[in-house]
Design a protein around this ligand. Structure first.
Ligand SMILES: [Zn+2]
Length: 160
């Protein structure tokens, strides 16, 4: 038997240590929470994606009474970006979330389904997606989506 050790490096920052561009992306992600449709969870998530051409695309979670029919903010944003700008890789993806009271204290992690879509987007464009997870206390920076989904399933697994 042998152990396989997996390491993920996450940089943490107080929000005032971010670059101006990153601060603007955080602001855009926070702003995007306002377009959330979350009557069931009352948990509004906003995402800002900086594309390689400099365009910033935002999106939010869209819930549905038939729960699985809703979609997370990360996938809303990535699918919109990929459909509107199919030749543009995503450089940076910023995620922010709030309850009805305020933005959450700790960095908001993406769900497994969204990690899978981020991974596919990274592979599709052969371009790492840098991820910033916003929290009031601190912000996490992850260099690439694949860092959030080790031992992942992708298209290569279907090739013989
Ligand atoms: Zn998700």
């Amino acid at each position: 038997m042998k152990n396989l050790k997996i390491t993920t490096v996450i940089k943490t920052y107080p929000s005032d240590e971010l670059s101006k561009t990153d601060q603007e992306l955080v602001t855009a992600a926070k702003e995007a929470t306002k377009s959330s449709y979350a009557p069931y969870s009352r948990f509004s998530v906003g995402v800002a994606a900086l594309l390689k051409n400099g365009v910033v695309v935002t999106g939010s979670n869209q819930e549905n009474a038939a729960y699985p029919s809703g979609i997370c903010a990360e996938r809303t944003t990535l699918f919109y970006a990929n459909s509107q700008y199919p030749d543009q890789p995503v450089d940076t993806l910023v995620i922010a979330a709030r309850t009805e009271k305020d933005f959450i204290e700790s960095p908001i992690p993406p769900c497994g389904a969204c990690r899978q879509v981020m991974l596919e987007t990274e592979a599709r464009y052969k371009h790492p997606i840098r991820i910033l997870l916003y929290g009031k206390k601190e912000i996490y920076e992850i260099d690439r989506a694949s860092d959030l989904l080790p031992i992942s399933f992708d298209g290569a697994a279907m090739e013989v």
